[in-house]
Design a protein around this ligand. Structure first.
Ligand SMILES: Cc1cc2nc3c(=O)[nH]c(=O)nc-3n(C[C@H](O)[C@H](O)[C@H](O)COP(=O)(O)OP(=O)(O)OC[C@H]3O[C@@H](n4cnc5c(N)ncnc54)[C@H](O)[C@@H]3O)c2cc1C
Length: 224
């Protein structure tokens, strides 16, 4: 089994990076082939454009159309093609990121935009069919806010699962991944070292069954 861990944090010594490395070690110890994909270290650019495809620019850029032509044989630029190759080789996709402004950092959003391309990440039947169907996807997320007060039922921020809906439902489920319950370390940069130690240890335990863990149901957000 192959796992791709996409790390989206600018600092290699960050706690989020430590979680990604811990995941890589734990999975490798369980026999997985693991690629740890440190987007910042690789200099991955987050903005979509003509530079994503081999085709020469011709007229106004329509990103989905250009991606579709690239997927159909025109070819992707080397950085995108490398990421697509890693994606297509994996049975398990893990994205490790800090929550920034209630969502993933631009680096990961850009990876979604450029790599989960039309014809690569999704096709004509989103949510039910697609080239990635049957693969699993897990989000590892760090936050500054606490679980009970900030992200709890009466919290100022709101339910974290709902905040992550653009990733879990709008991206993973859209691409027909089997979506796994996100792994969250709240207060990851708080004063309590024990929180971080527990976060690393619990991740190791969680990953032991990740190949067979039951997916969660994701659903559309509705206005209240
Ligand atoms: C632009 C921006 C927007 C943000 N928006 C939000 C938001 O919407 N909601 C929210 O809740 N938070 C938000 N935050 C806060 C952010 O989510 C947290 O700062 C982040 O998740 C903490 O994770 P980190 O990896 O960056 O921690 P770091 O600051 O890198 O690390 C935290 C501590 O862990 C230590 N550490 C590193 N490695 C290890 C290890 N192996 N073992 C033990 N300790 C280790 C570090 O030395 C440090 O002391 C935002 C931050 C930014 C910059």
């Amino acid at each position: 089994m192959d796992a791709l861990i996409v790390l989206a944090h600018p600092e290699p010594q960050s706690y989020t990076a430590a979680l990604a490395r811990t995941a890589a070690e734990a999975l490798a110890a369980d026999g997985w082939n693991v690629v740890l994909d440190d987007l910042a270290a690789e200099g991955f650019r987050p903005d979509a454009g003509w530079h994503d495809v081999l085709e020469e620019p011709s007229g106004p850029l329509q990103v989905m159309a250009a991606q579709g032509r690239a997927a159909a044989g025109g070819g992707f630029a080397p950085d995108v093609a490398r990421e697509i190759g890693r994606l297509q080789a994996c049975d398990l996709l893990i994205t490790a990121f800090p929550l920034w402004w209630f969502g993933p950092p631009a680096l990961l959003k850009g990876w979604f935009d450029r790599v989960l391309a039309n014809g690569v990440g999704y096709s004509d039947h989103p949510f039910t069919e697609g080239p990635l169907k049957g693969r699993r996807a897990l989000a590892i997320v760090t936050t500054a806010g606490d679980e009970a007060g900030y992200y709890g039922p009466e919290g100022r921020a709101g339910d974290l699962r709902a905040l992550l809906n653009p990733v879990l439902h709008g991206t993973f489920a859209y691409c027909a991944f089997d979506v796994l319950d996100p792994y969250v370390v709240y207060e990851a940069d708080g004063p309590d070292d024990a929180v971080r130690e527990r976060g690393l240890a619990d991740l190791r335990t969680r990953l032991q069954g990740i190949g067979t863990e039951a997916p969660i149901a994701t659903r559309p957000l509705r206005a209240q």
